[in-house]
Design a protein around this ligand. Structure first.
Ligand code: PMP
Length: 288
């Protein structure tokens, strides 16, 4: 396995960054995770657009053009012979003598990229039975719209889920409304057949899979509403599911131990999962 680190492809075991990289000290960096399907990148343009926005919100210089970043993504996938899986791209403000304030302009951002195989079969098998989630207070900072590497709250939540025998933690705001999962967006299907997911205007990351799932829903003639929903509403929903680039559309069959619907993956969620790649943009060539 090789990893891209600041201009070079290096063996996995030797891939490292400096102790004063601001990503390491301050989580002063952003990242993206793109799905790889049959060696192609899924929804690349949207992921790169979100990356640009994250960088700009944090005033981190773009290390190179999006086109060049696209070359690194592809080259990393190719060199690691990943057919199905994910590619991870991280950009930090780079190495500088430790100081909360930004280093002087012109210091080079740090760029890291790696790719990893994931079994599609295993993902589909999981989706065929559905997953359990627990709910926890959302203790994250307020700029969750930026995809930063500051993921400690998410890590604690995921660990709590694991210790509870669940797959994911859904996070809940002070008013009792679900924001999103530790690393996914949360959805329900109401009794009257409406899809509901929280608006990307508040409290969540604007998930790319969420957006494409919305388009998939539209293409299938399904109605959806962007509004918050409570844990109670989710527990009595007809279906529940979550979306992310690595998990795609993943049916949720249990919330805090309560079975959702008949306790099996819902038809709508399973249908959205099956239709997803027909709506997503799957690309090898450069079109940026
Ligand atoms: N919310 C959070 C907090 C996430 O970390 C992720 C995954 N990166 C998502 C939502 C889903 O985003 P996407 O569909 O773009 O992977």
């Amino acid at each position: 396995r090789v990893v891209y680190v600041n201009g070079e492809y290096v063996p996995y075991a030797q891939a490292s960054v400096h102790v004063e990289d601001r990503g390491f000290q301050f989580a002063d960096g952003v990242y993206e995770v793109c799905e790889i399907l049959d060696g192609n990148l899924v929804d690349e343009r949207r992921h790169m657009a979100r990356l640009e926005r994250s960088l700009s919100e944090l005033r981190i210089d773009e290390p190179m053009s999006l086109r060049s970043l696209g070359v690194i993504l592809r080259e990393t996938v190719r060199r690691n012979r990943v057919r199905n899986g994910i590619v991870y791209l991280q950009i930090t403000r780079g190495v500088a003598r430790r100081d909360f304030a930004f280093p002087s302009p012109g210091d080079a951002p740090g760029v890291v990229c790696f790719a990893r195989s994931l079994s599609r079969k295993a993902g589909d098998a999981k989706a065929a039975v559905g997953v359990a989630v627990i709910t926890l207070p959302d203790i994250r900072w307020k700029r969750v719209d930026i995809k930063t590497t500051g993921l400690l709250a998410q890590s604690l939540a995921r660990q709590a889920a694991r210790e509870a025998g669940a797959y994911e933690a859904w996070l809940v705001d002070e008013k009792g409304y679900v924001t999103e999962g530790a690393s996914c967006n949360a959805w329900i299907l109401t009794g009257d057949g409406k899809l509901v997911t929280r608006s990307a205007e508040s409290g969540i990351l604007r998930g790319i899979t969420r957006e494409v799932a919305m388009e998939t829903a539209r293409a299938r003639g399904l109605h959806y509403e962007e509004r918050p929903f409570t844990v109670e509403e989710a527990k009595s929903a007809r279906e529940a599911f979550q979306t992310s680039a690595s998990g795609l559309v993943m049916p949720v069959v249990k919330i805090d131990g309560v079975a959702i619907g008949n306790g099996k993956p819902g038809e709508i969620a399973s249908g959205l999962r099956a239709a997803y790649h027909g709506v997503a943009e799957v690309s090898t060539p450069h079109h940026l």
